[in-house]
Design a protein around this ligand. Structure first.
Ligand SMILES: NC(=O)c1ccc[n+]([C@@H]2O[C@H](COP(=O)([O-])OP(=O)(O)OC[C@H]3O[C@@H](n4cnc5c(N)ncnc54)[C@H](O)[C@@H]3O)[C@@H](O)[C@H]2O)c1
Length: 271
């Protein structure tokens, strides 16, 4: 029987065994890093000497993460952004370039996710469908579009589009989420083809089912147990299990990998 329990992320401690020295001084925009998994990524990148940009719609939450990262590791910058608003995304990129001088990596992590409604698709609120498409797909497109000129100039870049293992499972009662997350695969593959000539890689990252510090009203503990029991690895995943492969995808060590999908789900799904 697998054990499931809330992991305490209140005082986020990175696993020091992760070592990607080539990430030092890289400027990494992480959308939706004001909480949950994105916050964990921010800590992990800063611990490598990279500069995480906490690009978050909730300005207060973003500042709080930037402050805790600076206290523990080094440089970090919070910039409030609504990824569904092109002007706001343009402002994000301009701010990063004027304050840190470069953009090396983009992690399209922001999503309509933890508070999402789970219901048969014919009962899903239409507004929530539109919000999921706006944030999860259009937001990723806007952010990628905005960072590309700086990466093309540098002839180096990393874009990671965050998908989800749930769509491989064809999970029911989640149609807006599943549909938008499946779009990340096609988006990454086409972007990889278009950006390859500038030495910019684009990959899709598929987290498995993770508990974070954020309550998920639509997913009872029993459901987490069921998913974990279906994994090859019979243990609950953590944010640490996700952050380390994302470091790799943004590092020099993944320089010949593009257009690919990487699943970090304990062997829940296979492509
Ligand atoms: N937690 C899991 O089990 C799991 C599994 C698979 C994939 N994922 C993916 O990982 C990513 C992070 O998951 P999480 O659990 O931390 O989610 P979360 O819902 O806790 O965090 C999402 C963040 O995105 C921000 N955001 C929402 N709309 C925004 C906008 N318009 N502009 C800027 N920021 C915005 C939110 O404020 C929030 O901070 C998501 O893309 C999610 O789909 C999560």
């Amino acid at each position: 029987m697998v054990e499931i329990g809330k992991v305490d992320y209140s005082d986020f401690e990175v696993d020091k065994s992760a070592a990607y020295p080539t990430l030092k001084d890289r400027v990494v925009i992480i959308t939706g890093a004001g909480q949950g998994i994105g916050r964990g990524y921010a800590h992990y990148f800063a611990a490598q000497g990279a500069i995480p940009i906490i690009a978050e719609i909730n300005g207060e939450a973003g500042e709080k993460v930037a402050e805790e990262v600076r206290t523990k590791h080094g440089d970090a910058l919070a910039i409030q952004v609504d990824v569904t608003d092109l002007d706001s995304v343009t402002n994000l990129v301009n701010q990063v370039l004027s304050q840190r001088g470069r953009i090396d990596c983009l992690i399209n992590n922001a999503a309509v996710f933890s508070k999402i409604t789970m219901a048969p698709f014919w009962e899903l609120p239409v507004d929530e469908w539109k919000a999921a498409v706006d944030v999860n797909i259009t937001g990723a497109f806007y952010c990628a579009r905005a960072v590309v000129p700086a990466m093309q100039e540098a002839r180096w870049g990393r874009i990671v589009n965050v998908s989800s293992a749930t769509f491989l499972m064809g999970l029911p009662n989640y149609l807006h989420y599943i549909t938008t997350k499946s779009a990340m695969v096609g988006m990454s593959r086409s972007m990889a083809r278009e950006l390859g000539p500038w030495n910019i890689t684009v990959n899709t990252f598929w987290p498995g089912v993770m508990q974070t510090e954020i309550e998920r009203p639509s997913v009872p503990n029993e459901r987490f147990k069921e998913y974990t029991a279906r994994q090859s690895l019979q243990r609950q995943g953590t944010i640490h299990d996700l952050a380390k492969p994302v470091l790799f995808l943004c590092s020099e060590e993944s320089s010949y990998i593009t257009g690919q999908s990487l699943q970090a789900d304990g062997g829940l799904t296979f492509v």
